[in-house]
Design a binder for this molecule. Sequence first.
Ligand code: NA7
Length: 536
Amino acid sequence: NGQTEEQTLDMVIVGAGFAGIWLLNRLRQRGFKAKIVEAGSDLGGIWYWNRYPGARVDSQYPVYALSIPEVYDDWTWSSHYPDHNELREYFKFVDERLHIKKDCVFNAKVTDAVWDDAECVWSIRCDNGQKFRTSFWTACTGFAAKRYFPDWPGYEDFKGTMFHSSFWPKEGVDVRGKRVAVIGTGATGVQITQEWCREIGDHGNLEMFQRTPNLACPMNQVYMTKEEQKELSKGLPERFADRNNHYNGFLYQWRENLTYDHSPEEREEFYRMLWKLGGFRFLMNNYYDMTRNATANQEAYNFWRDRVRERVKDPRKGALLAPTERPHLFGGKRLSLEQDFYDQFNKPNVDVIDVRTNPIERFVSDGIVQKDGTHHKLDMIALATGFDSITGGLKDMKVLGIDGEQMSEKWRLGTWTYLGISTARFPNFFFTYGPQAPTAFSNGPSCIEIQGDWIADVLSDMRDKKLRKIDADPQAEAEWKELVNDLIKDTPRGSVDSWYNGSKPREHLNYAGGIPRYKKTLEEVRANDYDGFHLS
Ligand code: NA7
């Protein structure tokens, strides 16, 4: 309302997802005054927004959770890969235990943050008029805070129902008997397609518009009984701690042996074993060289393709979903996990539409027209077109640092961070699960707990030493960028075009050194008097 009183704080946290909650909890434990500002009207971060059909986490139980004893001691998940409803229940439970909401301002989006170098204080303003004066602030906005809409003409002409995956109505939509389209085949598009194929029934029709096939792997969902849940929760502290020993923050990682250490028969057996275990294992628990060597990668691709082709009976659909020629290096793009996604394409009323060779030309009142004039009559469209990933949400805020320099301007031609957590000339400002950190290559909670703890340590150390300002050194930042580029060079994720590489400009935005090395680096920087930062 513009009249809201200005609050003075030690830390403003933007975003009430895993990262924001973790950081708030830590700062409270240390006696800091902090508040969360959240654009949504409840806790959950991405899980507040993710309500599309089939939305489900694909980090396998129990790693995708906060390692806070007050929470995990009494919480159980019903399956290895819980859905969005259960995740919101989880956040409700987190609040019951930690009373997070009493320090949250909901329905408020940060618009401006301005640094005062003389006072060492940030002035933060929200779109609802709320203002803060704060010594520090952290953007816990994750990598998907800004939706992406390709610039197709005619969106507004479409008279049917259309939603972006991350802006789905709470009450859901009824697709029974409807003609529907899903645009996009990322992790989201696969989940919506799989779910809608069931929901449309025999009289509906689904078309999945695909530019690039998703090399989706079996989820092999496991539902747990209450007794199993109890039994499994016994070793939780050790398992949470063990996340930090694995590259991706999961409880498994690449093997030490190589693809051709095994005979073709042994290899087949090994692949089948991973396939059966499900989850990301076929990608991330595979031979070490699977993501480093093109021939080894091809071997894995062939296995994957043959398994999918066995399931999709129509050769045309099969060739589009699992092409004979590898469309890109396996693991170069984020794969999805599926249960019966591929089997759904055996229904006569489910099809895959190739928009690589025949792109979407425009939206019209009753559907979509492709370049060659093919007209798809539709009642409903799900836009699973993803996000202006990793830096989009950060660049959307007007952040002014030393001498009024604007962060979006600093990052216009490329992103510069130190440790994937701060950026030079924007003192006392941090971000989590963002650019040049292990973000897209790691299990979210694993990464954000490490970053949150480090940020809390910075505040404690500065309080102890009566310091007021911390700013990254531009040289340290340049070296960090070089390291990020260096680490990713030999991996498929470095060479394949995907959201891993942001949007404008395309660049390497993920730290590929893995969770253990990242954690160690942060600890070393702290132990060496914040090497690479200026403190005053
Ligand atoms: P993604 O993975 O960015 O997927 C977006 C999809 O939209 C992808 O298949 C794109 O095709 C497709 N897309 C984007 N623009 C177009 C145009 N112009 N024409 C056709 N298709 C297009 O977003 P998700 O929401 O699925 O997943 C984001 C992450 O959230 C996910 O990886 C998890 O980590 C959680 P493309 O593949 O680029 O050819």
